[in-house]
Design a protein around this ligand. Structure first.
Ligand code: NAI
Ligand code: AKG
Length: 527
């Protein structure tokens, strides 16, 4: 098997490259490339490991037909076009915890720095000025911190701030009252937070909802003398408004680690009194960089080598322990999805995936993804578990997942049903010895067959001599039959024949089969 090939395109702890190699991947570390240079080289890679410098745009993705996974050694993934990656079937992963303590500490450090104007005092002292009378700071003790975003980083900042004897007021629409009590913070709406806070720190992702969350109007609503720290993302604060309100003295100080446009080599805020900044250093500690580099390499290699999925933003997680158990189910699920889409006709508006027996105990999301991948293959060659749910949604296909806990005839069963204009159509399969995928039912008719390679599916009237006629037809056309399976609704009723053959079935054989006595439907199937 050829080794998966990974490109590390941003500066990353060297442990990442080591892990990729140890886990069986080939790895190139090529940093600092322009988008054009990256576009020219990305086509050969299965994995792309990045921090924040590489921007993964639709153009880069279009030049990456082999790409299977993008790993962000960090938290924010606003430098990756996730919808475009998903549409192309590329998994996007991040490392949601590896740098949170470090980033929270940077926010606290900037809060102190802005409270005591440390950078300016340092610069002027080293300049030989000894400007002791020019600096008068404020204490943090007893002050109110307004926290915008109370997730991982926000809650660490809150705990550190409480340790500094600050009061913490938090605004986060997803913060439950119970969690607020557990964190020791007061849950508030944004308006209340702005009225109360002496310091504000931001800890939300940059989304359509959070963009400009501290707009000029909201900055004006802040308590006079507020100090603001942003270690999350540029774009959360109106930078022009911030400059004007710092100049007017309404805002007493601001510290930014992040800017709307990075790298920020020139900026109207530079040189503003009581404004300090760092060049997106929130995650830059030895500890955090080792954490995120190791984690991203482990996660990406696990996906590329074993199919394990951790911390993906566009796909359900699948642990390394679950992956081997789920793999045969996913193969069965994909085949059932493919079978039902090859057999069902008309306007397919709904697909339902039932798991019963042992299958009901498993993580249903990957199985659902595999059914959809099999089902959507009829519409796209490049479909996989990642993009299948998106393609299904795009086509207006409703997806239902159902699990039955009780024991049935089979100790494990997957059933896939599609709603068609002629009513529901379902196929079902099981696993033999926990491994081998077997079809056990087509459209209510019991049958037992492998779903492999090229197959002929015939619906006919159950009558003597039919098997011989099908066998002779195949022989006359030089087609070797591998396996032959039969099923019927009742004696003399509707019956099916499923046979596997060694090569694709030519169109003239299908036409000839349709003319056989008693035949209602003939289809060539491919798996
Ligand atoms: N400066 C740096 O180097 C770093 C910056 N970051 C940034 O910090 C952000 C936060 O990271 P985590 O705390 O780990 O993320 P998280 O996902 O744990 O927390 C984000 C919180 O924001 C809240 N939120 C979402 N929309 C909101 C809204 N409209 N108003 C208020 N709250 C809202 C969410 O409910 C969630 O609790 C990341 O998205 C990333 O952009 C992260 C690491 C390093
Ligand atoms: O990789 C970095 O230095 C930036 C980290 C960051 O912004 C993040 O993890 O969201």
């Amino acid at each position: 098997m050829t080794k998966p090939k990974v490109l590390i395109s941003d500066k990353m702890d060297p442990n990442a490259a080591k892990i990729f190699e140890e886990r069986g991947c080939d790895v190139d570390v090529i940093t600092g490339k322009t988008p054009e240079e990256l576009k020219a080289m990305i086509g050969q890679y299965d994995g792309l490991a990045i921090r924040s410098s590489t921007k993964v745009t639709p153009e880069i993705l279009a030049a990456a037909p082999n790409l299977k996974v993008i790993g962000r050694a960090g938290i924010g993934v606003d430098n990756v076009d996730i919808p475009a990656a998903s549409a192309q079937g590329v998994v996007v992963m991040n490392t949601p915890f590896g740098n949170s303590i470090t980033t929270a500490e940077h926010a606290i450090a900037l809060m102190f720095a802005v409270a005591r104007q440390i950078p300016e005092a340092n610069a002027r002292t080293q300049n030989g000025e000894w400007p002791k009378n020019d600096f008068m700071g404020v204490e943090l003790t007893g002050k109110t911190l307004g926290l915008i975003g109370a997730g991982n980083i926000g809650s660490i900042v809150a705990s550190r701030a409480l340790g500094l004897r600050m009061k913490v007021v938090a605004y986060d629409p997803f913060l439950t009252p119970e969690r607020a009590i557990e964190m020791g913070v007061e849950k508030a709406d944004l308006g209340t937070l702005l009225e109360k806070a002496d310091f504000i720190t931001l800890h939300t992702p940059l989304t359509d909802e959070t963009r400009n969350i501290l707009s000029r109007e909201r900055l004006e609503q802040c308590k006079k003398g507020v100090r603001i720290v942003n270690c999350a993302r540029g774009g959360l604060i109106d930078e022009a408004g911030l400059k004007d309100l710092l100049d007017s003295g309404h805002i007493a100080g601001a510290a930014l680690d992040v800017f709307a446009k990075e790298p920020a080599k020139e900026h109207p805020l530079f040189g503003t009194p009581n404004f300090i900044c760092t060049p997106h250093l929130g995650a830059s500690t030895t500890e955090a960089q080792v954490n995120v580099a190791l984690q991203v390499a482990e996660q990406m290699a696990d996906y590329l080598v074993n199919g394990g999925v951790t911390n993906a933003l566009n796909m359900p997680s699948l642990s390394a322990e679950e992956a081997p158990k789920l793999r045969p189910y996913m193969a069965l699920a994909e085949k059932l999805g493919s079978l039902v889409s090859q057999l069902a006709h008309g306007n397919l508006t709904e697909i339902s995936i039932e798991r019963s027996g042992a299958a009901a105990e498993l993580n249903g999301k990957p199985i659902e993804g595999a059914v959809l991948a099999g089902f959507m293959r009829r519409y796209s060659d490049t479909v996989n578990m990642v993009n299948a749910p998106y393609l299904a949604k795009e086509r207006g296909l409703q997806v239902r997942s159902v699990r039955y806990e009780g024991e049935g005839v089979f100790n494990t069963l997957l059933r896939v049903t599609v709603a068609t204009s002629a009513g529901p159509r379902s196929v079902a399969g099981t696993l033999f010895a926990d491994k081998a995928a077997r079809l056990v039912e087509i459209f209510g008719i019991g049958v037992e067959a492998d779903l492999e390679g090229h197959m002929l599916y015939v619906v006919n009237e159950d009558a003597p001599g039919f098997i011989g006629r099908v066998g002779s037809l195949m022989g006359e056309h030089g087609i070797n039959i591998g396996t032959f399976h039969l099923g019927r609704r009742e004696t003399g009723g509707e019956a099916i024949v499923l046979l596997s053959v060694d090569a694709p079935i030519p169109a003239e054989v299908i036409t000839a089969a349709e003319k056989l006595q008693g035949v209602k439907l003939v289809k060539a199937l491919n798996f």
